[in-house]
Design a protein around this ligand. Structure first.
Ligand code: 3PG
Ligand code: MG
Length: 399
């Protein structure tokens, strides 16, 4: 195994791909630093071996070239505070400045490169761009689990320039270990909680989970596609018309496989998509015209909490309602509390997905669940059984 523990970084410059794609507010302050905190042990290991660290990441999805709001320079103060040292910054991830800064970097020092996606070559997986990045370091460390499902220059292609010096960082290893815990030899009852706006993002994982779980709890906007498939009146709730039939098939599949599929029996509904809208509670199957379900209701919360609290293995991906608006955050909060309670009673709980992870972090529960993943799409793809290019690039000799 190409693991970071088996590598001595003394005197080496480690080019570390991290996933520092963190949410920033309008003042460019980091609102969830889970991904930064997660990367600390890898960086520490390299520094304490006597190596130098060159960090590279993307931030957001810049369309063409540099944009202030996507600059990684905003992360420098947070990193300096974390490592109690000056963090150098290269205004461009390639070119003469990055080359010079990398060249003069001393053991124990950290250099952060500007957003890789300011170059289109990154997402294209351009080998020349990957090769140019590769000249900056002596060893490649991939610790960007959240981006491991992308076959980009810095996440996968670059590995070919380090055939004997490529390793996975601690985040990557921990993520894979934790994902395996909900895939193999699980303790039962096993409950998966799937939320979020769109069923289309979750179809494959839901199908996959049907063969594994005892309970499949549905929440968030995608609930209403299920409610509609089940013959309910959903008012103007979010619905994916072209997925109603599929939702119906999933309901039937659950029945065949003996999986308890739970759709929110009631909902917190509103007459507009706003925290200031008029709100009410009603059965999810009887939502009035012009009203929309924006959170699971009190009966659903109780039913979900009871099932979760009795589970031994829990996978949670996606919020139960419009968590960002305080009037529609209760469902997500109560599910989080139930997951914490089950964990306290000895269950294993994995929180995946950007929004549910952010919710757990915001509620201060990160230490009271088993593992909060730094991956959204990457975790789902791994669980769907897909090969993650970022992982294959390290594991395979012939990549
Ligand atoms: C994420 O936040 O999902 C990862 O950082 C990957 O970003 P992407 O979805 O823009 O590729
Ligand atoms: Mg994504």
């Amino acid at each position: 195994m190409r693991t970071i523990d088996n590598y001595n970084f003394a005197g080496k410059k480690a080019l570390v791909r991290v996933d520092f794609n963190v949410p920033l507010d309008e003042n460019y302050r980091i609102t969830d630093d889970n991904r930064i905190r997660a990367a600390v042990p890898t960086i520490q290991k390299i520094l304490s071996d006597g190596g130098a660290v060159i960090l590279m990441s993307h931030l957001g999805r810049p369309k063409s070239g540099p944009e202030e709001k996507f600059s990684l320079v905003h992360l420098v103060p947070r990193l300096e505070e974390e490592f109690n040292t000056t963090v150098k910054f290269a205004n461009d991830c390639t070119g003469p400045d990055a080359g010079a800064l990398a060249h003069s970097l001393q053991p124990g020092e950290i250099l952060l490169l500007e957003n890789l996606r300011f170059h289109k070559a990154e997402e294209k997986g351009d080998p020349d761009f990957a090769k140019e990045l590769a000249t900056l370091g002596d060893v490649y460390v991939n610790d960007a689990f959240g981006t491991a499902h992308r076959e980009h220059a810095s996440t996968a292609v670059i590995a070919r320039y380090f055939p004997n010096d490529k390793v996975m960082g601690y985040v990557m290893q921990a993520e894979l270990d934790n994902a395996r815990r909900v895939l193999e030899n699980v303790e039962r009852p096993y409950t998966a909680i799937m939320g979020g706006a769109k069923i289309s993002d979750k179809i494959l994982i839901i199908e996959k989970l049907m063969d594994k779980v005892d309970n499949l709890i549905i929440g968030g906007g995608m609930s209403y596609t299920f409610v509609k498939a089940d013959g309910g009146q959903i008012g103007s709730s979010l619905v994916e018309e072209d997925k109603v039939e599929l939702a119906g098939r999933l309901i039937a599949m659950a029945r065949e496989k003996g999986v308890q599929l739970m759709i929110p029996v009631d909902s917190v509904v509103a007459d507009a998509f706003s925290n200031d809208a008029n709100i009410d509670t009603c059965l999810s199957h009887h939502i009035k015209p012009m009203w929309m379900g924006l959170d699971i209701g009190p009966e659903a919360r109780e039913a979900y909490a009871a099932v979760i609290a009795n589970s031994k293995t829990i996978l949670w991906n996606g919020p139960m309602g419009v968590f960002e608006m305080s009037n529609f955050s209760v469902g997500t909060e109560e599910v989080a509390e139930a997951v914490v309670e089950a964990t306290r009673r000895g269950a294993y709980s994995l929180i995946g997905g950007g929004d549910s992870a952010a919710a757990v972090n915001q509620l201060g529960y990160a230490d009271r669940v088993s593992y909060v993943s730094t991956g959204g799409g990457a975790l789902l793809e791994y669980m769907e059984g897909k090969t993650l290019p970022g992982v294959a690039a390290i594991e395979r000799d012939d990549y």
